[in-house]
Ligand binder design. Structure first.
Ligand SMILES: *Cc1c(COP(=O)(O)O)cnc(C)c1O
Length: 454
């Protein structure tokens, strides 16, 4: 028998708690226990194991988050503050809950949350005009999604519809494009792909930043009648470890695409919206894709929304039947309000430029903090505020992340690899906060080096 009364009371309890600005000790304890037990019994016990590996102390006491603590950090449920150097893997470009983005969403919420699905929703049209205006070249028509993987899926489908006789899509080794079947086929990591074989046919991977290999592969594909219809790349690989290509790589890729009649899809889900020091990373290289994929920071750190923008020529395959590719929630009015406010704030606060400046500052500061520990931290690299710290191995990376977290700085590698740890704070991070990050890094490195003076 399902006990609806108990379920109702349980749900009411948490609704009452989240309605309170401040919760009491008993409520704190209840939330902690429900969180840890719920992860064990209903979410996935694997997350607890992972979180344990980067937490000092027990999880209920030191790993349950509760609120933002300002634009660049958050608090755990005990009130301990953290500087957010993970930035949600790059979703908080304008900071946590930027007041202007929050207001836009609340204003729209007061009027209408989701649309009829049938009439013409104004914010969609207005956001897309803004998008066409801020993106380079002839990128013009967009499709709005709920996530990065969906933006890539839409890009892949657009490319296929444009080049039905060119079945091959080339991606790069170490690429990350998402985990739904289409984008997973472009994603390169074996551990994420192996259990789901065969993925979508037609995908090939070549080493990133290797033009000669790309040319040879495109030639071979043409010779055997499996022509390349699209090349899918991140301009700088994020998840793969912040891999920055040579200055002429992307222009070379663009030329090869034009030569072979393939479309260039750039996945800027992580590098877009100012992260690397320009509004879009491709602007650093003067390269304009045929299809550009966005998500993560696109919704201003408040709403999930992504976009796939294409030239009129490429997008026009959807003109005759606009229902050929659709999504119910993609680009809903709340998400559009957030995305419009997000772009407004990026411009108003000059955040791409700030990312470039603070990126230089942080690269220098992190390198200085790591001086003398070259046997642990082998490389610090980045562009704008997309920065990576590369350690000698996984274990050292995990240990450093753990000590940094214990001292109020969140950074992380990925579940299966902490050898490269990304630092991608909000673009609004202050010098004072950055200085604290350097201090904590130096402390963590001393700690893992067995330096007892710290
Ligand atoms: C995170 C990411 C994705 C996937 O986005 P989701 O919203 O998690 O589906 C795709 N491409 C890149 C480059 C990413 O960094």
């Amino acid at each position: 028998m399902i006990n609806y009364k108990d379920i109702y009371n349980y749900s009411q309890r948490i609704l009452d708690i989240i309605a309170k600005p401040i919760i009491n000790e008993q409520e704190v304890e209840w939330v902690k226990q429900e969180t840890v037990n719920g992860f064990r019994d209903y979410v996935n016990p694997g997350f607890l194991e992972y979180r344990k590996s980067v937490t000092i102390g027990d999880l209920a006491s030191s790993a349950v988050e509760w609120s933002d603590s300002g634009p660049n950090g958050f608090r755990d449920i005990n009130g301990k503050e953290y500087i957010d150097c993970l930035g949600g893997f790059g979703i908080y470009n304008v900071g946590h809950r930027h007041p202007k983005v929050l207001k836009a969403v609340i204003d729209q919420m007061g009027r209408q949350a989701l649309h009829s699905q049938d009439l013409l929703d104004p914010l969609r049209a207005i956001l897309m005009k803004i998008l066409a205006d801020i993106t380079p070249g002839q990128l013009k028509y967009s499709f709005l999604t709920n996530s990065g993987t969906e933006s890539v899926e839409a890009g892949i489908k657009l490319a296929k519809a444009n080049n039905p006789n060119k079945p091959t899509i080339i991606a790069a080794t170490k690429a990350f494009h998402g985990k739904s079947m289409g984008s997973l086929s472009g994603t390169a990591k074996g551990v994420f792909r192996r259990p789901f074989m065969p993925v979508v046919p037609g995908f090939r991977h070549v080493p990133f930043n290797d033009l000669e290999m790309l040319r040879k592969t495109m030639e071979s594909c043409q010779m055997v009648g499996e022509d390349v219809g699209a090349v899918l790349l991140e301009p700088i690989q994020g998840e793969g470890g912040v891999n920055i290509p040579d200055g002429d790589y992307l222009t070379g890729v663009r030329k090869l695409c034009d030569e072979f009649g393939a479309l260039l899809i750039l996945d800027e889900v992580q590098t877009g919206m100012g992260r690397t020091g320009k509004m879009f990373c491709c602007e650093h290289y003067g390269v304009i894709p045929d299809i550009l994929c966005l998500a993560k920071a696109f919704g201003g750190g408040i709403m999930p929304i992504g976009a796939t923008i294409a030239t009129e020529k490429v997008f026009s395959v959807l003109f005759e039947n606009p229902f050929l590719h659709t999504t119910t929630f993609g680009g809903n009015p709340l998400a559009c309000a957030a995305a419009i406010a997000n772009i407004n704030v990026l411009i108003e606060e000059n955040l791409p430029e700030r990312a470039a400046e603070m990126g230089e500052y942080m690269l220098a500061g992190l390198r200085k903090a790591a001086a003398g520990y070259e046997n642990k931290l082998v490389d610090v690299r980045g562009k704008g505020l997309l920065i990576a710290m590369e350690f000698v191995d996984n274990e050292v990376g995990f240990e450093v992340a753990k000590h940094m977290f214990d001292n109020g700085v969140l950074v992380t590698g990925t579940l299966i690899n902490a050898q490269v740890i990304r630092v991608e704070p909000p673009l609004t991070i202050t010098r004072k906060e950055a200085d604290r990050v350097f201090e904590v890094l130096a402390y963590a490195l001393a700690k893992v080096s067995g330096d007892n003076k710290v």
